[in-house]
Design a protein around this ligand. Structure first.
Ligand code: NAP
Length: 293
């Protein structure tokens, strides 16, 4: 079994980004600028935003956070999105999810200028993804594809089973894995809560991608000998350790790892790649690679 080291891969990519940013600054240019809108005080969102800000700082990308109280009205939030859409100094921005219940998240995401939608959640970017056209890929699926590529994992003709059909992970990764590309060219089965005989399907997977949101859900008897297992889940579990908690994934790592050819750890796997993908999308926005400026 080989552990796919998300830390090592992401650090290498971050170094490459830092070199490009330094070159821009040395040539007298302004570095790329990523902004984030954060509504309310959700602790997980605060943690994500803080780690995105740290990652930007580490590679020389400018980052700004626009914080709003949880009781901001939908109209005010849409105005905040318009402000960033029109700010020429900002190349790309994200709206951190989840949003408070009184705000229609779809409406907010659809208000983002697709050219600045570095999270890739706008219907235009999702539609382009589905058609195989250049687009900002949602960061987590893009990070998984990068991991497979960097590890040199063969995906062509393989049976890839995706657990979960969310718009941010399951659905886009299933599209990417079935694309005519490398990585890609897999035969994909997408499973969800209404899937029957789930274990018999996951047990056929050459590549199993778990994005189900249930800690330790994937057990050894659900996995084929020699499978590649990508664990997208992130769960904070309270315990009696000094820290008071530990982070775990959707896969029961200890029982599953011995059966795998490759597996991603949690933490230290997909999560780190997600942030790097966001930085890469910001660079694409800066260079006008998807939507020429
Ligand atoms: P989500 O929106 O909650 O979707 C979960 C999916 O799993 C749904 O499609 C659901 O089916 C399916 N599901 C739930 N229970 C199931 C069961 N017992 N059997 C079969 N399918 C089941 O999740 P998400 O946003 O994609 O996130 C998934 C996990 O990834 C979470 O732990 C999240 O924290 C983590 N995550 C990590 C990163 C990262 O950077 N590493 C990024 C995003 C998310 P239905 O559609 O039928 O309800």
């Amino acid at each position: 079994m080989k552990l796919i080291d998300g830390k090592k891969i992401s650090e290498e990519i971050k170094k490459e980004i830092a070199i490009k940013t330094s070159a821009i600054i040395d040539a007298g240019g302004d570095p790329p600028h990523l902004a984030a809108i954060l509504v309310g005080e959700d602790p997980a969102s605060q943690t994500y935003i803080a780690s995105k800000e740290r990652a930007c700082r580490a590679v020389g990308i400018t980052s700004s956070i626009y914080r709003y109280p949880a009781d901001i009205s939908e109209e005010q939030l849409l105005e905040a999105v318009d402000f960033l859409n029109n700010d020429e100094e900002i190349n790309g921005f994200i709206v951190q999810l989840p949003l408070p219940a009184h705000i229609d998240a779809d409406k907010v995401l659809q208000r983002i200028n697709p050219a600045k939608d570095v999270d890739g959640f706008h219907p235009i970017n999702m539609g382009r993804l589905a058609l195989g056209l250049p687009s900002y890929l949602p960061a987590t699926p893009a990070g998984i594809m990068l991991m497979l590529e960097k590890e040199g994992i063969e995906t062509e003709g393989k049976h890839c089973v995706v657990l979960g059909r969310s718009n941010i992970v399951g659905t886009p990764i299933s599209l990417l894995m079935s694309r005519k590309s490398n990585p890609g060219n897999s035969t994909v089965t997408l499973c969800h809560s209404k899937t029957r005989n789930l274990s018999s399907i996951t047990a056929q997977a050459d590549i199993l991608i778990a994005a189900i949101g249930q800690p330790g859900f994937v057990k050894a008897d659900m996995v084929k000998e020699g499978a590649v297992v990508i664990d997208v889940g992130i769960h904070r579990i309270d315990d009696s350790s000094e820290k008071g908690y530990h982070i775990t994934g959707d896969v029961d790592f200890n029982s599953v790892a011995p059966k795998c050819s490759y597996i991603t750890p949690v933490p230290g796997g997909v999560g780190l790649m997600t942030i790097v993908s966001l930085l890469l999308n910001t660079f694409k926005a800066y260079n006008g690679e998807i939507y020429p400026r």
